[in-house]
Design a protein around this ligand. Structure first.
Ligand code: NDP
Length: 527
């Protein structure tokens, strides 16, 4: 594990009031660094500097910006070990969770946006059937909004905070990132890396601080990209509305999995286990609840229980040391415990796990050195229903409630009985049937015989339905949202001195025009 001295401590030269936030390693309880708690004045100063730096960055053009982003891609891979250590230290997640879902994502994303920004933001030639613009050149153009604010959560400090900055930068904006106060060190490390890669000063800045720093950021920027809870997302949307700036919101979820009786049960059980426990269940798009058709319910539950029982939980000590790491955010442990207690109170049975683990001494299974760390046993719950919080509210922990359903119809109804709609998965050997069920689930993404793999497809939009968000990341929309659209219409130099509809109004001309409209638009039938 990284020593305190090896972790990024420096801040990017911002003057601040002197308040510091201690950053803790959730797997050990050790304080691993401090960062400034920046107030509104410091954020305003950063915004001034970001705005001043932006035009020159825009002037780099796609090629110039891509060069810097591709250098950053290489930097991430060259420094992967250091970045993983930093992520593990501030989140308590396993080395595999940091490597696969964070380094793997960022490595891909830097290259993806460097390559695709010119294509997604190229001028679009538009053809119009409108008679009045015949012979004119019509274009849709995208130009960077200017200064983008990105506010991130603690569960993926690289993927969900820095990740959203990459397309904003590729489009030619300056960016200020406000990472979660719990996990700010990864963002600071990446800022250091981007400087090394030649990103001009002040184009990417990190505003460390608490919620108030995030609120101050919204007051300064031209657009806000937020990832976090639905509760805070609403506040962000309100603050953005008051300023009339666009907001893109990636919020909470309660992703359902549906297992049909013809599913490959071994595959379904492996996916249920992995995607409910991966990152200790602290992933927005995941498997948070399972609905299994009655004929295969017992077998599925037995398989999942065996697999979950075999998982080791504890402080990560390198690759291969544990499968389930720490609970990153202290209050999250209370939520997980409350959801499990509520389920038990209402008649659920715990087949595996069901307890918090505060140290290796009181039950961490197989993992070493959980001294002072915060963990929760990988947990399987059955006999659950929708009166229980574990089935309706976001638990965000290593728990999997499994519910027996009579048939696919009941599964779809229950899957949609949720305020959220982030992701979903359906398992069936009949892929056509699986797809038709997937299409009926109210979610931003639905995978058949897989789960949340859509997040790795950067060509596809990723966003939530219902209370899971507004807007999306990835795909063309994932970079165009950081731009303003401008419509351009160019009339060639050889044009009439005036158009026939202009002054003075004459009866003959006006009648002719009215007749023309009838000819053009009035030939259809009235049913
Ligand atoms: P929060 O909503 O608590 O915080 C998110 C960020 O917003 C943090 O940086 C936080 O700062 C900041 N913040 C808090 N209050 C304000 C405010 N009034 N104005 C502006 N910013 C503010 O979320 P968590 O960090 O707890 O993240 C977990 C949540 O994120 C889960 O619900 C999860 O589902 C969701 N999520 C969604 C994803 C998606 O893509 N849809 C991906 C990952 C997570 P501070 O931490 O300092 O309080």
């Amino acid at each position: 594990m990284a020593t305190v001295e090896q972790l990024p401590q420096a801040h990017n030269g911002v003057v601040h009031s002197g308040e510091e936030i201690a950053v803790e390693n959730p797997a050990t309880g050790q304080t691993i660094g401090t960062v400034p708690d920046l107030g509104a004045e410091a954020v305003a100063d950063m915004a001034r500097r970001g705005r001043a730096a932006q035009p020159a960055w825009e002037a780099y053009g796609f090629e110039g910006r891509a060069r810097v982003l591709l250098r950053a891609q290489k930097w991430v891979m060259d420094n992967a070990e250091r970045i993983v250590e930093t992520i593990v230290s501030e989140t308590g997640k396993t080395y595999e969770d940091a490597s696969l879902a964070e380094i793997g994502y960022a490595g891909n994303a830097f290259g993806f946006w460097a390559k695709h920004a010119p294509e997604y933001l190229a001028d679009e030639r538009v053809r119009s059937s409108q008679l009045l613009v015949k012979g004119k050149r019509i274009l849709l153009r995208y130009s960077p909004l200017g200064l983008i604010g990105v506010i991130g959560p603690w569960n993926y400090p690289l993927t969900n905070s820095v990740g959203d900055c990459i397309p904003a930068l590729a489009a030619g904006n300056s960016v200020i990132l406000k990472p979660s106060e719990i996990t700010p060190l990864t963002s600071l490390l990446i800022a250091e890396g981007l400087r090394e890669c030649g990103l001009p000063e002040d184009v990417f800045q990190v505003a460390t601080g608490r919620g108030q720093t995030g609120a101050a950021l919204i007051e300064e920027v031209d657009m806000i990209m937020f990832t976090g809870s639905t509760k805070t997302g609403r506040k962000v949307a309100q603050a953005a509305a008051a300023r009339l700036i666009p907001a893109s919101l990636e919020l909470g979820g309660k992703d359902p999995m549906i297992v049909l009786s013809d599913a490959d049960l071994e595959r379904a059980a492996n996916f249920a286990t992995y995607y409910s426990m991966q990152n200790a269940g602290q992933t927005c798009i995941s498997i948070e609840r399972a609905y299994v058709e009655a004929p295969v319910y017992d077998e599925f539950v037995a398989k999942v229980s065996d697999k979950v029982r075999a998982l080791r939980v504890g402080a990560p000590r390198g690759f291969g040391s544990v499968e389930v790491g720490a609970i990153t955010f202290p209050p999250q442990l209370d939520t997980i415990e409350a959801h499990v207690a509520d389920a038990i109170d209402k008649g659920a049975r715990v087949l595996v796990g069901g307890h918090a683990v505060q140290s290796a001494g009181d039950g961490a299974r197989g993992g070493e050195g959980a001294e002072g760390g915060r963990f929760y046993e990988p947990t399987v719950l059955v006999d659950v229903d929708h009166t229980m919080k574990c089935m309706t509210e976001e638990t965000f922990g290593p728990t999997l409630p499994i519910m027996k359903v009579a048939d696919a119809e009941e599964a779809v109804r229950l899957a949609n009985d949720s305020p959220y709609g982030l992701g979903a998965s359906v398992f069936s050997r009949d892929t056509a049937r699986g797809e038709s069920i997937a299409r009926r689930i109210e979610a931003g993404a639905a995978n058949v015989n897989d789960a949340l793999i859509n997040i790795m497809v950067l060509e596809l939009p990723m966003g939530g339905a219902k209370a899971s968000g507004l807007g999306s990341r990835h795909g063309a929309g994932g970079i165009r949202k950081y731009c303003s659209q401008q419509a351009i219409v160019v009339t060639p130099k050889l044009a009439l001195k005036k158009e026939p509809f202009m002054y003075p109004y004459r009866q003959r001309n006006s009648r002719m025009l009215a007749g023309l409209f009838k000819l053009l638009y009035g030939r259809g039938k009235r049913d």
